[in-house]
Design a protein around this ligand. Structure first.
Ligand code: NAD
Length: 488
């Protein structure tokens, strides 16, 4: 049985309770983990509090050295970690390997940034004394909590651990109940690299107990959530009144616009990877596709051929070329939700051009497999449009002008990412300016780069992760004034 990690040690839940982690590909038990409770969170917070002063005083170079050692330990075991991620999450092995790689890249980015965090020196008006100046120093904000979803458990844990640790903040990670195993493995290795006890903890358990205690615990000053917009509302309501630093990386319904002059082959790849990576379970997935009528037929032709190549199956196996593996949906609930959304659209007049059914077969009956779908004639009031579609279903609409494309793209409660595919610089510029989203990709696959801040607008959340900007949320600015140096 796996254990959680509190105060430099592996630990069971104080209650002794456990829960099973199930493989979405076949329903078998991968392992059990402690079902932590409020008392386990309190123990983790106390250990983080004990560790805080010394960690805040540790030099940036020493912090980076520990992170780098941890990165090496994770690298050595990256194959085993990827296999564990596939077993608990369902994604194919090559996608799991990609996620471990992305996690390591992000951690290297923050290890490199550790010694580059700077404050400011500013001259002040001479009325306060000649040569008076002020400084802004950066201080760690305190103990942080990082709450992580199941779709990219490792990268989204890294986007919290990296910035917190280099800012000098101890952090407690809560993984999703269904994907704690690869996370625990990595947290153990990062600690093995020499982090002092209490600096990096991991408490496993339900959002309603472990998650809520973390966001309401008076000692926690910083809460980073990646999750659904519903959970985001709850976290905001509970952590907001205590003036905690909150970032909310929530759901999305990213539009992708393909213009008449686009490179169609690249746009097809962008739509395929954008919508069907991780079986469509990505916040920044392409969830609505808007095609200019001039290129509609050509693009749909390429798209449907490629979607037809997907072969849902166990992520540990590979189909023969040209077929591509798609893993199962993560849970039975996840598959039912996507089925409901699709049925709702069909009932309102939508046409399914390909896929959209469960994948059956003796080997597959116990997994949550689903044939990736493309849908047209989707009414704007259907759930495919008004809800976040967290699975491999792509609704496509025809548009006849950039005005229409932008208006339709913006007609959504979310504003996470968006993309435009065109060679026309002024159209690209207009899209960047006018699309209501935290990020716009131009002729580029929807992807969260470690180097650039990423975060949404509207129901997609508040604040950023990734990039140097992510570290700001773990730091407070303290101003100080040096006066009276030269009073005559
Ligand atoms: P979720 O909101 O159900 O759960 C996310 C995490 O929050 C889990 O660890 C869960 O246990 C915890 N949680 C749930 N209720 C809580 C509460 N009341 N208090 C504290 N913690 C609580 O989301 P999910 O289904 O695991 O993940 C999918 C969602 O995450 C999608 O909406 C997706 O778009 C979003 N997401 C956003 C980004 C981004 O960067 N914007 C990235 C990935 C996923």
């Amino acid at each position: 049985m796996a254990q959680m990690f509190i105060n430099g040690q592996w630990a069971d839940a104080q209650s002794g309770e456990t829960h099973e982690v199930i493989n979405p590909a076949n329903g078998t038990v991968v392992d059990s983990v402690p079902k932590g409770g409020v008392e386990d969170v309190d123990a983790a917070v106390a250990s983080a509090q004990n560790a805080f002063a010394a960690w805040a005083d540790t030099s940036p170079d020493d912090r980076a050295a520990m992170l780098r050692k941890g990165i090496e330990l994770v690298k050595e075991q990256s194959k085993e970690i990827a296999a564990l991620l596939t077993a608990e999450q369902g994604k194919p092995l090559f996608e799991a390997g990609g996620e471990v790689h992305h996690f390591l890249h992000g951690m290297e980015f923050y290890a490199g940034l550790s010694s580059k965090i700077r404050g400011v020196q500013s001259p002040l008006p001479p009325a306060l004394g000649k040569h008076a100046y002020g400084i802004i120093m950066r201080r760690p904000v305190g103990i942080a909590a990082g709450i992580v979803p199941w779709n990219f458990p490792l990268t989204l844990m890294g986007t919290k651990v990296g910035p917190a640790l280099i800012a000098g903040c101890p952090i407690i990670i809560k993984p999703a109940s269904t994907t704690p195993l690869a996370t625990l493995k990595i947290i153990g290795l990062l600690n093995e690299a020499g982090l002092p006890a209490g600096v990096l903890n991991c408490v496993t358990g339900p959002g309603s107990t472990v998650g809520e205690r973390l966001i309401t615990h008076p000692v926690i000053r910083r809460v980073a959530l990646t999750g659904s917009s519903e959970t985001g509302k709850r976290v905001m309501a509970q952590a907001g009144p205590a003036f905690k630093r909150i970032t909310l990386e929530l759901g999305g319904s990213d539009p992708m616009i393909v213009c008449p002059d686009a490179n169609i082959k690249n746009a097809v790849s962008g739509a395929i990877i954008g919508r069907y990576w991780n079986a469509g379970q990505a916040c920044l997935a392409v969830k609505r596709l808007y095609l200019f009528e001039e290129i509609y037929d050509e693009l749909m032709d390429g798209l449907l051929k490629k979607v037809g190549n997907y072969q849902p199956g166990d992520g540990t196996t590979k189909p023969e070329k040209p077929f591509i593996r798609m893993g199962p949906l993560h849970t039975a609930y996840q598959r039912e939700e996507v089925e409901n959304q699709l049925q709702d659209a069909v009932a309102k007049g939508a046409k399914v051009l390909i896929g959209g059914k469960r994948t059956e077969g003796t080997d597959l009956a116990k997994g949550h497999y689903f044939q990736p779908a493309v849908v047209v004639d989707v009414p704007e009031d259907s759930k495919l449009m008004t809800e976040e579609v967290f699975g491999p279903v792509l609704p496509v609409w025809k548009v006849s002008s950039l005005d229409e494309a932008i208006q339709k793209a913006n007609n959504s409660p979310w504003g996470l990412g968006s993309s435009i595919w065109t060679q026309n610089m002024s159209w690209a510029n207009r899209a960047i300016r006018e699309l209501d989203s935290g990020m716009t990709w131009v002729n580029q696959i929807h992807y969260g780069y470690d180097e650039l801040p990423f975060g949404g607008v509207k129901a997609s959340g508040i604040g950023h992760e990734h990039g140097p900007e992510a570290v700001d949320y773990y730091l407070e600015n303290k101003s100080a004034v040096f006066g009276g140096l030269d009073w005559e």
